[in-house]
Ligand binder design. Structure first.
Ligand SMILES: N[C@@H](CCC(=O)N[C@@H](CS)C(=O)NCC(=O)O)C(=O)O
Length: 218
């Protein structure tokens, strides 16, 4: 049995969980697993990050790699199109969202959420880079009704976890949601949120966030 290790507030953990649930793959979960630089943790996850996936005696890291493994090992129902160019388009969308959007605004998280202020220079760089990321995303996103076209794909799993945090971060840092210009986005995210797998991941994320906030107040 596969075992996914991470926690329910992690975007990357939740993206893999969405793929597992949408594919109907049986799995166990260790949702109490936290990033760490301790040697015993690094032995399992050499970057010290979550998530990782236990596959028998093997361990896979990196959420996108894990999702691609799931697609290869459990092809039905598919979360990637058959056509090579369409598959590439899904991956292109994922790179735009993860590398050029989420990872860009991530540079602000310390200041926005953890009381470790960022410099004006960082803020200006993020503002420049996120505009490029949003432009790239808009050039490719279809919303027809899914982000890559008529079928649910791994790009939807990525969009659901990454785009709301891009909205929140740009609103907090720059006073404007940089995704407001992407008109179909909010109805699209609402539509995804009605799918049982996405609703479950969202509910679990909210519960984990509430529990973390309550613990921090103690
Ligand atoms: N590229 C990694 C990113 C995973 C990641 O950054 N996870 C965060 C939690 S959301 C983490 O472990 N952060 C701790 C750290 O970077 O040391 C993936 O796709 O799995």
């Amino acid at each position: 049995m596969l075992k996914l290790c991470g926690f329910h507030v992690s975007n990357y953990h939740n993206k893999v969980r969405l793929a597992l649930l949408e594919k109907g793959i049986p799995f166990e979960e260790d949702a109490a697993c936290r990033p760490s630089q301790k040697p015993e943790y690094l032995a399992k996850s050499p970057m010290g990050k979550v998530p990782y996936l236990l596959v028998n005696d093997e361990i896979l890291r990196e959420s996108h790699v894990i999702c691609e493994y799931l697609e290869d090992a459990y092809p039905q129902p598919p979360l990637l199109p058959k056509d090579p160019l369409e598959r590439a388009r899904v991956r292109e969308l994922i790179v735009f969202m993860e590398l050029h959007m989420e990872l860009v605004v991530r540079r602000l998280y310390g200041g926005l959420f953890f009381g470790r202020p960022f410099s004006d220079e960082t803020k200006a760089e993020v503002e420049r880079e996120i505009a490029k990321g949003v432009r790239a995303f808009q050039a490719v996103a279809k919303f027809a009704p899914f982000v890559a076209g008529s079928a649910l794909t791994l790009a939807d799993c990525a969009a659901f976890v990454h785009l709301p945090i891009v909205s929140m971060s740009t609103r907090l840092a720059f006073g404007r949601d940089y995704l407001d210009d992407v008109a179909p986005l909010k109805p699209y995210l609402r539509m995804l949120g009605e799918r049982p797998a996405f609703a479950r991941v969202n509910e679990d994320r909210k519960a984990a966030q509430a529990a973390a906030q309550a613990a921090a107040k103690k």
